[in-house]
Design a protein around this ligand. Structure first.
Ligand SMILES: NC(=O)c1ccc[n+]([C@@H]2O[C@H](COP(=O)([O-])OP(=O)(O)OC[C@H]3O[C@@H](n4cnc5c(N)ncnc54)[C@H](O)[C@@H]3O)[C@@H](O)[C@H]2O)c1
Length: 124
């Protein structure tokens, strides 16, 4: 199938943290199987590289990019890299998430900022 032929995608958290394949890695591989060129972004570059290797082995197109998506500058650089490498950007899979336990309301403001950072303005 080639439902994403000609499309360029970024998958954030495209590596896997455990032995089992994670959502980000699986998504990156499936996007590539559907014909997309995939920028595999991860805070741990080696994890992104492992995903890229899996995609290249299947004949797909992908490259790794180190980016911490909690940092606006990294996000900007990530988008620029996709456009520079592949000429466009069609799909952004915001796969990275965090899990926090609800303990006491006193923790809430700090924790909430990690999940929803203060609004920042940045342009591509
Ligand atoms: N896998 C599941 O079944 C499942 C189910 C529900 C929710 N989730 C959630 O979805 C999210 C992604 O899951 P996954 O399966 O891809 O997890 P995963 O742990 O296998 O992979 C996540 C990747 O994201 C990277 N990462 C972490 N913080 C980052 C950051 N700030 N910037 C860039 N990269 C970062 C890690 O290095 C890791 O390689 C997680 O928040 C997870 O809790 C996963």
């Amino acid at each position: 199938m080639s439902r994403l032929a000609g499309k360029v995608a970024i998958v954030t958290g495209a590596g896997s943290s455990g032995k089992v394949i994670g959502n980000g890695k699986a998504t990156a591989i499936l996007f590539a199987r559907e014909g997309a060129k995939v920028l595999c972004a991860d805070a741990v570059e080696d994890r992104a590289r492992e995903t890229v290797e899996a995609i290249l082995k299947e004949g797909g197109t992908a490259s790794a990019f180190r980016a911490d998506v909690s940092k606006a500058a990294d996000c900007k650089a990530m988008v620029q890299a996709a456009v520079e490498r592949y000429g466009r950007l069609d799909i952004l899979d915001n796969n990275v998430g965090i899990s926090v336990r609800a303990e006491s309301p006193a923790c809430a403001p700090t924790r909430a900022r990690r999940i929803r950072p203060r609004r920042r303005r940045w342009s591509a």
